[in-house]
Design a protein around this ligand. Structure first.
Ligand code: ARG
Length: 274
């Protein structure tokens, strides 16, 4: 028998894909020869926004900027824990300017901001589990975020950071291979991690929902959960069945157009944790 899955109201930051396109390829999903249907992307993004609002969550919006086609992936702009913002510093020059836009948002809201010295791509490579071991940060490295940023995040946020090595370039950010389902539990695709990191995850999260390659390939791990409702890409039907079997309620949203940039639900959503 699964324990009851209790939702908690969240505050999110999203950025509309007004200027979304695939003009460069910085991950294996991006192909500059495949045309992007921006109108469809905008429509699908609105579906995601409506789904989050429909669940009772608060959604803030970042003003999109021309020349920053990846800005729709708002998760990469910062990592917020206990009201403190650890800023992002992008690996690729094409995305560098996004960090300042995120910073301006947090400054305006009056959130304490820690400027990073190390390369890190915000919630793309950081996840927070408030009820795991008293409050644990999981952090990915291997493709984007530097391991040195994990130590920097621990100093900035005062929570233990567990470093996990990613080994499959298709799953280049932590959030393509692992997601919190609630305050203490996760779902993940083991093969995206080094054998040692798989052992660490198995030790820390014995009740995790394990995904397979089909789930991961459908961006089924790139999900946003409020503790009960699991918002995920509608193509990830296998993953939806797995989280349902674990007692959560899948909320599928169509977001296929955003996959052309190498992202899905979670990539589009940053969580503001007061
Ligand atoms: N095209 C973007 C990049 O490669 C996609 C980012 C996806 N975001 C995420 N949180 N995984 O940087």
């Amino acid at each position: 028998m699964n324990q009851p899955r209790i939702p908690r109201k969240r505050t999110y930051l999203l950025c509309p894909p007004e200027y979304f396109s695939v003009e460069y390829a910085i991950n294996p999903w991006m192909d500059t020869d495949t045309p992007v249907d921006r109108e469809l992307a905008v429509k699908q993004w609105h579906g995601l926004r409506e789904a989050l609002l429909g669940l009772g969550h608060t959604v803030h919006e970042l003003q999109p900027e021309p020349g920053l086609p990846d800005m729709v992936y708002a998760a990469n702009g910062a990592f917020v824990v206990d009201g403190t913002v650890y800023g992002a510093r992008f690996r690729h020059p094409q995305r560098t300017a996004e960090a300042a836009a995120h910073r301006a948002f947090y400054d305006e809201q009056g959130w304490p901001f820690v400027a990073p010295a190390e390369i890190n791509e915000g919630e793309g490579d950081f996840a927070y589990l408030p009820a795991a071991h008293g409050g644990l940060i999981l952090a990915g490295y291997g493709f984007r975020t530097e391991p040195a940023a994990h130590a920097e995040a621990q100093e900035a946020l005062g929570r233990p950071v567990v470093s996990l090595r990613l080994v499959d370039p298709r799953f280049y950010h932590l959030d393509t291979a692992l997601a919190p389902l609630d305050d203490g539990n996760i779902a993940y695709f083991p093969a995206a991690f080094s054998v040692a990191a798989q052992r660490v995850l198995a030790q820390l999260f014995p009740d995790a929902v394990l995904a397979d390659e089909v789930d991961a390939f459908a961006f089924g791990l790139n999900l946003v959960s409020d503790g009960r409702h699991v918002v995920l890409n509608s193509e990830a039907s296998g993953m939806a069945a797995k989280v349902a079997a674990a007692g959560y309620l899948p909320v599928p949203v169509e977001l296929a157009e955003l996959k052309k940039g190498g992202g899905s639900v979670k990539c589009c959503v940053a969580e503001l944790r007061a």
